[in-house]
Design a protein around this ligand. Structure first.
Ligand code: IMP
Length: 426
């Protein structure tokens, strides 16, 4: 029996889905515990490519169960679109997808509020995915306005809750943002219908997961976004609205920390970021553009070009500390195959002082200068490599140095998008 958590150790888009897909072979149940349809998890299985936003990527394995836990904010329309896409490709979720009754919903007014707010802020906007994530978590924490999956199934409660919310949100939309409000009746009607469709999937997922653990099943938690986007530990306010770090797996699923055996941080062999906010090792030059081109670094959810930069050991050290990482899975090593040399940021300099720890204060972070160590490139294709010993020496040196600087062992290296393009380190 093993309970593993896989999560991003940078700003998201680390290639978690590939790692989750690989490890799903050893799991019985795969769990999403935070975030929502802001995530874009891409996996390749043979000739087929899948992009998941809400359903755990493990669903492509027909013998596995998948859970959307209480920490997720669920957009039911986005969920059914994903279910229909899977159906069209011959993958049925019936009887193996479970959704928490206490999972909160993303409603149409959340998306409209977010869009209006981002537009109003203008240049200093967070640069969100506009999937309504932040406003949905606001309602959850606000308590009186949150709507949960259980409410969606309750024909008496749901219309009342939607009416109260739309009245309040329309005031904000029209009076503060000067944009159009929503009509109550169509939203109520649409969500009553969604509730009927959702009912077969809804259960107490905490009970389901804990019973599965007691029965010796292997559980895999699939994080979305990354440690630097964590609402508490990330580059606040340029973060997402959930706990993307290991504690979120517990609170977002109702599984206690003593049940977790292993936490694996996924680290891309370089760094990317989408959206606004500080990024000390960002490359605004032709090397950055080269990495973007080779790595096709464009967002899976929004299509936005990702900002690219050198690997930053300071942020990965922070991720290792906050998550208590057992090991790292380093992904996309092959994207660096052609480079003549590579830089790793070992620490920062702030106002003439050395900083080894990631500063929690945004102003300090914005003033930090990255200090680099240069490693020679390997300029040899690595996608065909399946064993650590067969990696080019300079690639091994690069990986060893990352492990040394972050004081975290590497358990897996990904050298391509396919499942078999993986090196496992015992
Ligand atoms: P939100 O999660 O849509 O509220 O966006 C907040 C920040 O998190 C923005 O900078 C987004 O670009 C970023 N973000 C959200 N989801 C992802 C993801 O799956 N990968 C990378 N960045 C993300």
């Amino acid at each position: 029996m093993s309970v593993r958590v896989v999560l991003g150790a940078q700003w998201g888009d680390e290639g978690k889905a590939k790692v989750v897909d690989y490890l799903t072979a050893q799991a019985d149940v795969v769990v999403r515990f935070q975030g929502g349809a802001n995530a874009g998890h891409t996996i390749k299985a043979g000739d087929l490519e899948f992009i998941f936003h809400l359903i755990p990527a493990g669903i492509v394995h027909q013998d596995k169960s998948c859970v959307i836990g209480n920490g997720v904010v669920l957009d039911p329309a986005a969920l059914f679109k994903e279910i229909e896409d899977l159906d069209a490709r011959g993958i049925s979720v019936a009887g193996r997808l479970f959704i928490g009754q206490n999972t909160h919903l993303v409603m149409p007014y959340h998306k409209r509020l977010e869009q209006a707010n981002e537009e109003r802020i203008g240049a200093g906007a967070i640069g969100t995915t506009l999937r309504g994530i932040g406003p949905a978590y606001v309602d959850k924490i606000n308590r009186s306005t949150g709507i949960r999956v259980g409410d969606l199934l309750d024909a008496e409660v749901l219309p009342e809750k939607i009416r109260a919310n739309i009245r309040e949100k329309n005031e904000i939309l029209t009076r503060i943002y000067g944009v159009e409000g929503l009509e109550e009746a169509p939203v109520i009607e649409h969500h009553m219908a969604l509730g009927e469709r959702l009912a077969p999937f809804v259960t107490d997922t905490s009970v389901y997961l804990n019973e599965a653990i007691d029965n010796g099943k292997n559980i895999l938690f699939e994080g979305s976004q990354g440690a630097l986007l964590d609402i508490d530990h990330g580059t606040y306010p340029y973060v997402t609205s959930s706990n993307t770090t290991a504690g979120g797996a517990c609170t977002g699923s109702g599984v206690g920390p003593t049940k977790i055996d292993e936490v694996i941080g996924v680290v891309k062999a370089y760094t990317t970021r989408v959206g606004n906010g500080p990024f000390p090792t960002e490359l605004n030059d032709e090397v950055g553009q080269r990495i973007r081109d080779i790595g096709h670094e464009y967002g899976a959810t929004t299509g936005r070009p990702r900002r690219c930069g050198w690997l930053d050991a300071v942020i990965v050290r922070m991720a290792a500390r906050v998550n208590g990482l057992s090991s790292m899975a380093v992904t996309r090593l092959d994207i660096l195959d052609e480079l003549e040399s590579l830089n790793i940021c070992t620490h920062y300099i702030s106002k003439g002082k050395r900083l080894d720890h990631f500063p929690g204060n945004l102003k300090i972070l914005e003033g930090c200068e990255p200090v680099y160590e240069t490693c020679p490139g390997w300029q040899t294709p690595t996608s065909g490599v399946r064993r650590w010993d067969d990696l080019p020496d300079n690639a091994k040196r690069y990986l060893d140095r990352i492990s040394e600087l972050t004081r975290t062992p590497i358990s897996l290296v990904s050298v391509g998008p396919d499942r078999e393009e993986t090196i496992v380190i015992e």
